[in-house]
Design a protein around this ligand. Structure first.
Ligand SMILES: Nc1ncnc2c1ncn2[C@@H]1O[C@H](COP(=O)(O)OP(=O)(O)OP(=O)(O)O)[C@@H](O)[C@H]1O
Length: 631
């Protein structure tokens, strides 16, 4: 978010871009400081330096110089149409490139070791990196390519037998392919939308490994505490039927890597590898480049890594969309021919090129190619069918006409109403809060939590007319009026929906957890979902929490609700993208309601959350002429 403040010391272009709100004060300060240290005063180079800092802040790993003008300035919908970036005096890319190629910031300064920028050609464009992110990207690429050059030794016959037992569906069953890859490769990527059976497959992958190589040490992790709890609950839920240990636990990636408050570095890394033989990471779409780099450095080369997630969802808050990049990148030339080819093909005579009777579509040539790289995408929805899955598919395929046709189809699972039409939303919020309250009053935490999942109000922004802040107040007012009581969002009352905003490892409460206040033995307690039994805490023990009748789509990632209402922002919102709409719609199990216009939906479906990175292109070593001077 632009902080709006202006830097007095800035001159020339950088000052103008700062005044227009494209550059935040922090972007300008970093660029000016680096320029001073390296002896660089070219205003176009300094502008590019500030823009790369800005790009990282906005989630990109680098600045795509050919798209540097594609800046969106977002006032959280509060100040749409604040300014037109096209009106700024943008320098030509050729001038910027020429300046960068001779700049001490890229070439290195004679005075010292400082070389904070890297300039790289990839994918037909020029990418400008802060050196740190370039290093991390190179590390991720190098380690993954090294891991793809060898494969675990396996007993093919034993794997084949175990696979048949655990995956009885006829080929082509992509869950089965995922499991075969996970056993026969050091690195496997299992992609798939919600309800395609990713977690189901993870549990079976662990069972398969347990059968063919008993005694492997398993590490389960996810980027957030909430996602880790969910992974653990779901794996444990299947443990008994799969003869897996009930003791398997999942932790956050930070915990897995040995993060400690006050310590700058993780305990585990290249010099002190993780003790696990298998590491499974769920919700990998939320993993940033920096964290992926640390994870790969910490994993032993002879340990299996299974990365699971939905590459079409919103990416991590920090820089990088690593999962989407890895799923989409061309295969490295060095991929080993693995012993899994016959098992991947299925039983002798199996036909993987036509649909299975289960409805599983045939494997495409591209999918077969990706399997060689250890990548599989689960495509068959196992949870919700029908209109919501179709809608999610249309959004994912960027098909605005089909998306709008589905929204206007009158299907009972989908409601599409104008922005100001919130009568039905109000009725849902009030009804849901009433049922939660009823259960909370009698101390039934399980039922109160279940009722809380019946409906969720989601917003793109935190602030502004379509933001969580406003709609939280609005919903609280509706509920208070319906319950004929003054509800204090800063106190405690039965039925109060809670959202945790910080991790508290001691209390086992994590950022993003949702819970509810219930009455127990005359006192009020906060209840949070943990497997079958809710986890109950006295309010005074709760870390940072908010009353949450509404939440951002970002925060809802990794959760699903029976019904979801999504308040779409205006077309001028920088957050309005295909990934945002897809993530919002796929939070719904049975019913989704969108408040917005055709124009807004069309804009969302056609706009990608662009995250510049070099990871999705061929390695630079394969493109000898590609790298520009100084990189
Ligand atoms: N092969 C299968 N046979 C029977 N049931 C399955 C199979 N695969 C998945 N399921 C069921 O489908 C539902 C969705 O599966 P699962 O939770 O594993 O999906 P997911 O991709 O992890 O979803 P999410 O992304 O929402 O976590 C679960 O109830 C699961 O038990």
């Amino acid at each position: 978010m632009i902080d709006g403040s202006q830097v007095q010391r800035a001159n020339g272009l950088i000052r103008e871009f700062n005044a227009a709100g494209v550059l935040a004060a922090g972007d300008v300060h970093v660029a000016l400081r680096l320029g001073r240290l390296a002896g660089e005063s070219d205003e176009q180079v300094l502008l590019a330096t500030a823009l790369v800092v800005r790009a990282v802040r906005a989630g990109s790993v680098c600045l795509d110089l050919r798209r540097m003008r594609d800046v969106a300035v977002d006032g959280g919908d509060a100040e749409p149409d604040r300014f037109d970036p096209a009106a700024l005096p943008w320098p030509s890319i050729e001038t910027v490139l020429a300046g960068l190629r001779r700049s001490p910031l890229v070439q290195g300064a004679a005075a010292g070791p400082l070389r904070p920028l890297r300039l790289v050609q990839a994918g037909g464009t020029d990418l400008l990196y802060l050196a740190r992110y370039h290093r991390q990207e190179q590390t991720v690429r190098r380690i993954l390519d090294e891991r793809a050059r060898t494969a675990p030794m396996i007993d093919v016959a034993a794997v084949e037998t175990a696979v048949q037992t655990l995956f009885p569906d006829p080929p082509p069953d992509r869950q089965r392919l995922a499991a075969v890859l996970a056993v026969t490769r050091w690195t496997t990527l299992v992609a798939g939308g919600p309800g395609t059976g990713k977690t189901h497959t993870v549990a079976r992958i662990l069972a398969l490994l347990n059968t063919v190589e008993p005694g492997l040490r398993i590490g389960l992790a996810a980027p957030t505490g909430k996602a880790a709890v969910r992974l653990q609950d779901e794996v444990r839920g299947q443990a008994a039927s799969l003869e897996l240990s009930q003791q398997l636990s999942a932790v956050t990636l930070h915990r897995l890597l040995g993060w400690h408050r006050g310590r700058a570095r993780f305990r585990f890394g290249a010099a002190n590898r993780l003790p696990y033989d298998v590491v499974v990471v769920d919700e990998t779409s939320m993993v940033s480049l920096t964290l992926m780099c640390r994870l790969l450095e910490a994993i032993r080369p002879d340990a299996r890594l299974v990365l699971v997630g939905d590459p079409d969802q919103l990416a991590s808050v920090e820089a990088g969309a690593v999962l989407a990049d890895l799923v989409g990148r061309p295969l490295s030339a060095g991929v080993v021919a693995s012993a899994d080819e016959p098992i991947l093909a299925g039983p002798a005579g199996a036909d993987v090129s036509s649909s299975a009777p289960t409805g599983e579509p045939p494997l495409t040539a591209d999918e077969r190619e990706r399997l060689r790289g250890g990548i599989v995408r689960l495509v068959r929805g196992r949870r919700f069918g029908g209109a919501i899955a179709d809608l999610a598919g249309a959004i994912r395929d960027s098909d605005a006409d089909r998306t709008l046709a589905l929204l206007h189809s009158g299907d009972e699972q989908i409601e599409f109403v104008p922005p100001g039409e919130w009568t039905a939303l109000r009725a849902d919020v009030v009804a849901c809060a009433g049922r939660v309250r009823e259960r909370a009053e009698v101390g039934d935490a399980v039922a109160a939590l279940r009722e809380l999942e019946r409906h969720r109000l989601l917003c793109a922004h935190r602030d502004g007319p379509f933001g969580v802040g406003r709609w939280q107040r609005e919903a609280l007012g509706w509920v208070a009026q319906a319950q004929q009581e003054r509800l204090d969002p800063h106190g405690w009352y039965p039925g109060q929906p809670l959202l945790v905003t910080a991790n508290d490892y001691e209390s086992r409460i994590y950022n993003g957890d949702t819970g509810v206040v219930v009455r127990r033995d005359g006192a009020l307690v906060g209840a949070f979902q943990r497997g079958g039994d809710p986890f109950v805490l006295h309010p005074s023990q709760l870390p940072a929490v908010q009353t949450a009748y509404a939440m951002t789509i970002h925060r809802s990632q990794g959760s699903q609700y029976d019904a979801v209402t999504v308040l779409l922002p205006s077309t001028s919102s920088a957050l309005l993208t295909r990934e945002l709409l897809y993530t919002a719609v796929t939070r719904a199990r049975h019913r989704v309601r969108l408040l917005g216009t055709d124009e807004v939906v069309r804009a969302a479906v056609q706009r990608r959350a662009y995250r510049a990175s070099g990871l999705r292109w061929l390695p630079e070593s394969n493109r000898p002429a590609a790298e520009s001077a100084g990189s």
